[in-house]
Write a protein that binds this ligand. Structure first.
Ligand code: ATP
Ligand code: CA
Length: 882
């Protein structure tokens, strides 16, 4: 049976093709109650609709781009289109209406944009400011929402309790039983009179009603749980400037005119226009299916909702929100598409189908045997041609028993118990800070054999501080008294240091509503800015002194970032910072202790490398800072130089290990789950941290990404099982490792990630876990589970719940099948032997209800216990029916 099931009722936990999803549905054949059976499965037709919408979007966009290109060419010759402003918009104090805005951005309409005075003109017409954002303290703010709408998408309506009752009633067998009960009532009343003759009929009717209401209540509660989780899934917040201050807002609160700050990995929250920024490329595939990235700049300022920032960072002005955008329409359709069904759900559908067919066969057989018994009895009595009302009642009763056997024998509750169990686990995991995006992940996580964890933020706290530095070749502990460094290095070098930190950064120092200083940006950036501030630097003065000509933001592939500045005294200068070995290799000069620029000789290289190793062995993250003077040879279209730099110095950043990680790693080990660290950081830093967490043992291997890439297949076979730490890995290395573990070594792999570049590995993994706090939107979207507190211990909790789901379902299946088969055999054999059924229809219905709903509730929702983590994982080739 296992084979048959695997072949026909097997789906993958992830990325199952629509064809396979369709196949098992067909094989289910006649289902007692399709509405219930397929409730928590994917709605394939809605998905086709969404795919068609994407194609139209792509086509529309292609045409819009062509038209706008043509328009640019003829721009001078064309007179500006006229535009009449609706009265209500004018009364509210705006000078452009929602439809016009939407046609500009969606249609990529350069002509109209020019007519309205470009982004600045539109900002004025929308009464907002591109620097200070909206003023929310005016009445106009409320009118704004009325006129332009809010950034919410239409959602599937909440279904009322009565709809669930109605759907539970549509059970084919229950309906037949209802008819039987009705007939039995009529015949009974005719023959035996009131109230005796109504007993049987009313008994069945009330049992049916009870079954229906219990089923509906359980279904309804489940749907509420799913709705809560769904809401949680859609929570996205974003950096917005309002009233002159930066703040974090939910994307649902955005209105046209808002100024939004976007960085790599963010999702564009609504349609809008690019205000300022550098090297922004956008991935529009979620909206149009087109994977070619699009460059966005002031020449092509159109940004569409739902697309993702692939590189760079920028400020945008929102123009169109919610259901007015194409994304809004797509989301409304997609939200009805439902979640993919999970492997266990489908498998148990298979079991239900097979047993159902068996049940039907036995029901017919039982009916035949009972009728035959009655007939032969009548023949013996010689009354075969003489039928009384009582005989008809008897026949009806036999029929009811046969139908009830079908009710009991078809384990309609099996697939639903899986959903119930998964929903329960999801809800509980939510309380434990893990948000499950795909139901299947709950199941798969229970069989995980390997976790590939990243270091920063997952194993460590992500609270970074600069504790050591080596500026001008002078190694110093700066954890307590950083400002004493100022007197130890030459003034010119200090100036340079502040210039490089404050300008070459993805972070920002801003004032919040209370006027307090806040540092924004990634923890690494924050640590550096904090360091520079403690040296007495002034962020804003430093930023105003120079003009930024080009920014190449940090990404994990290059592991460095760079800027080019126009200096106040004339000339240009490029700054770079990044992974210390990589940036140091790009240097050929260094600033010595006297503040002079000298060639980087062998001895200095040795000194610097030694310093890097020392810092790294103390578990510090090291960054090298460098600059190069360019005179005026640089144009904004060039890329920032890659070599010839002068090294300013090296900083060591401390990021302590999270409390509890060591215990969690040990727990994983006892549960047979191997933990590996895959990080972008320096190998010595990685090793030091891995040792501290108990991941790296004496017989384990630590390897660097570039080495790993070079290895031949046969070496890999030997190497991979032993790899405990992979450092300086590129996103591709992570992906390769995961792929090998999954395919060659048949492991069930969980992967954690936060960055945009982790998306491929998260996608490839059996279970992708994204970080909720540090994670980018892109990473979250590729993941199956979001770890809301970024904590490694939470991952272990997820594994525990996964195991408990698996075992609970197993228990329930055993229970159901036992009761099922016993009820079948008892009724059938006694029908054969005695000619009567020992369990009446009413009794059978009770058995069924206890089995289907109450049994599932009791067995499928048992919380996990500690014992679960002492067993080995089930792994890939698991046998479900033992
Ligand atoms: N904002 C930044 N600017 C320049 N260099 C950086 C920046 N952030 C990190 N780096 C350097 O890049 C290296 C690797 O970063 P990467 O993003 O690949 O790893 P990570 O995500 O920080 O680590 P993990 O993979 O463990 O989470 C760091 O060790 C650091 O030296
Ligand atoms: Ca990372």
């Amino acid at each position: 049976m296992e084979n048959y099931l695997n072949e026909n009722f097997g789906v993958q936990p992830k990325h199952t093709s629509d064809e396979v999803l369709g196949r098992w549905r067909k094989l289910c054949g006649v289902v007692k109650n399709p509405k219930r059976r397929f409730r928590f499965t994917a709605n394939l037709s809605k998905r086709y609709e969404a795919a068609a919408m994407r194609r139209t979007n792509q086509e529309k966009l292609r045409i819009a781009v062509l038209v706008s290109k043509a328009a640019i060419q003829f721009l001078l010759g064309v007179s500006p289109s006229d535009y009449t402003l609706p009265e209500n918009v004018k009364d509210a104090g705006f000078q452009v209406c929602a439809d016009e805005l939407s046609s500009i951005v969606e249609g990529h309409d350069v002509k109209k944009l020019k007519f309205h005075g470009d982004v600045d003109g539109l900002a004025e017409k929308l009464s907002t400011s591109t620097t200070d954002g909206l003023n929310t303290k005016t009445d106009q703010f409320n009118h704004r929402k009325e006129i332009y709408g809010i950034n919410k998408f239409a959602e599937a309506k909440l279904r009322s309790y009565w709809i669930f009752v109605w759907e539970a009633l549509q059970d084919m067998t229950l309906m037949i039983l209802g008819v039987c009960a009705f007939m039995s009532l009529i015949v009974g009343l005719a023959v035996e009179g009131w109230p005796l003759g109504a007993h049987d009929g009313l008994g069945i009717v009330s049992s049916i009603l009870l079954v229906v209401f219990v089923t509906a209540t359980s279904d309804y509660r489940q749907s509420l749980q799913f709705r809560d989780l769904d809401k949680e899934k859609k929570k996205i917040s974003i950096q917005v400037t309002r009233n002159g201050f930066r703040q974090k807002l939910s994307i649902y609160e955005l209105v046209p005119g808002d100024i939004v700050h976007l960085g790599i990995g963010d999702q564009v929250p609504a349609d809008g226009l690019f205000v300022s920024g550098f090297s922004v490329s956008i991935d529009e595939s979620s909206l149009t299916g087109e994977s070619e990235p699009v460059m966005v700049s002031s020449e092509n300022p159109f940004m569409l909702s739902g697309t993702k920032i692939q590189d760079g960072s920028c400020k945008m002005m929102i123009t169109t929100v919610g259901m007015r955008t194409q994304w809004g329409k797509l989301m409304a359709t997609l939200s009805e598409g439902g979640d993919d069904e999970t492997p266990l759900q489908v498998k148990l559908n298979g079991v239900a189908t097979i047993i159902g067919k068996g049940g039907l066969f036995f029901a017919v057989l039982t009916f035949a045997v009972l009728v035959q018994g009655m007939l032969s009895h009548k023949i013996q009595e010689g009354t075969i041609w003489n039928w009384s009302g009582e005989d008809a009642m008897g026949l009806l009763e036999f029929f009811a028993i046969a139908v009830t056997i079908v009710v009991v024998a078809v384990p309609e509750g099996l697939p639903l118990a899986v959903t119930l169990s998964l929903a329960f686990a999801m809800k509980k995991m939510m309380n434990d800070k893990a948000l499950v995006r795909h139901l299947a992940a709950c199941e798969t996580m229970g069989s995980a054999t390997t976790i590939c964890s990243d270091k920063t933020g997952t194993l460590t706290t992500n609270h970074m501080t600069v504790v050591k530095s080596c500026i001008c070749m002078n190694v110093k502990d700066v954890s307590t008294n950083a400002s004493s460094l100022c007197s130890e290095i030459p003034d010119s070098s200090l100036k340079l240091l502040l210039q490089t930190i404050f300008n070459n950064t993805g972070g920002e120092v801003v004032a919040n509503k209370d006027g307090k200083r806040v540092i924004l940006g990634s923890p690494t950036e924050t640590a550096l800015l904090e360091f520079a501030l403690s040296l007495g630097g002034d962020f804003h003065a430093e930023r105003q002194a120079t003009k930024t000509i080009k920014v190449e933001p940090f990404n994990s592939t290059k592991k460095r970032m760079g800027v080019v500045l126009q200096l106040p005294e004339g000339g240009m200068r490029a700054h770079t910072k990044g992974a210390s070995e990589i940036v140091l290799a790009a240097c050929n000069k260094v600033i010595n202790s006297d503040g002079e620029v000298v060639p980087l000789d062998e001895e200095s290289v040795k000194h610097l490398n030694l310093t890097i190793d020392q810092f790294a062995n103390d578990a510090l993250r090291t960054l090298c800072l460098a600059y190069i003077d360019l005179e005026n040879k640089f144009s904004p279209d060039d890329s920032v130089p890659v070599s010839g730099y002068t090294c300013i110095g090296i900083v060591g950043i401390k990021d302590p290990v999270r409390p509890g990680v060591k215990e969690s790693v040990a727990l994983c080990r006892s549960a047979g789950i191997t933990v590996r660290m895959v990080t972008g950081d320096n190998i010595n830093t990685a090793k030091a941290i891995a040792r501290e967490c108990g991941i790296l043992t004496d017989d384990g291997i630590a390897i660097e990404g570039p080495d790993f890439r070079e290895k031949k297949m046969e070496d890999l076979l030997e190497l991979i099982p032993k790899i405990q730490v992979m450092a300086r890995s590129s996103p591709l290395d992570k992906h390769t490792l995961v792929k090998h573990l999954r395919t060659t070594f048949e492991e069930v792999v969980a992967v954690t990630g936060d960055g945009t570049n982790d998306a491929p590995a998260l996608h490839e993994a059996d279970i992708g876990l994204a970080m909720g706090i540090a994670g980018t939107e892109v990473a979250k979207e590729s993941a199956d589970v979001i770890i809301l507190d970024d904590n490694f211990s939470t991952i272990v909790t997820v594994a525990k719940w996964g195991r408990s789901v698996y075992i609970n379902i197993q228990k329930f299946v055993q229970f159901q099948l036992t009761v099922n088969i016993v009820a079948l055999i008892v009724n059938f054999s006694s029908a054969c032997l005695t000619g009567t059924a020992p369990l009446t229809a009413v009794q059978l219905l009770w058995v069924n209800m206890i089995m289907d709903t109450l049994g599932a509730l009791a067995l499928a929702t048992e919380p996990p216990n500690e014992e679960l983590m002492k067993r080995a994982p089930v792994g890939k080739e698991r046998e479900f029916y033992q």
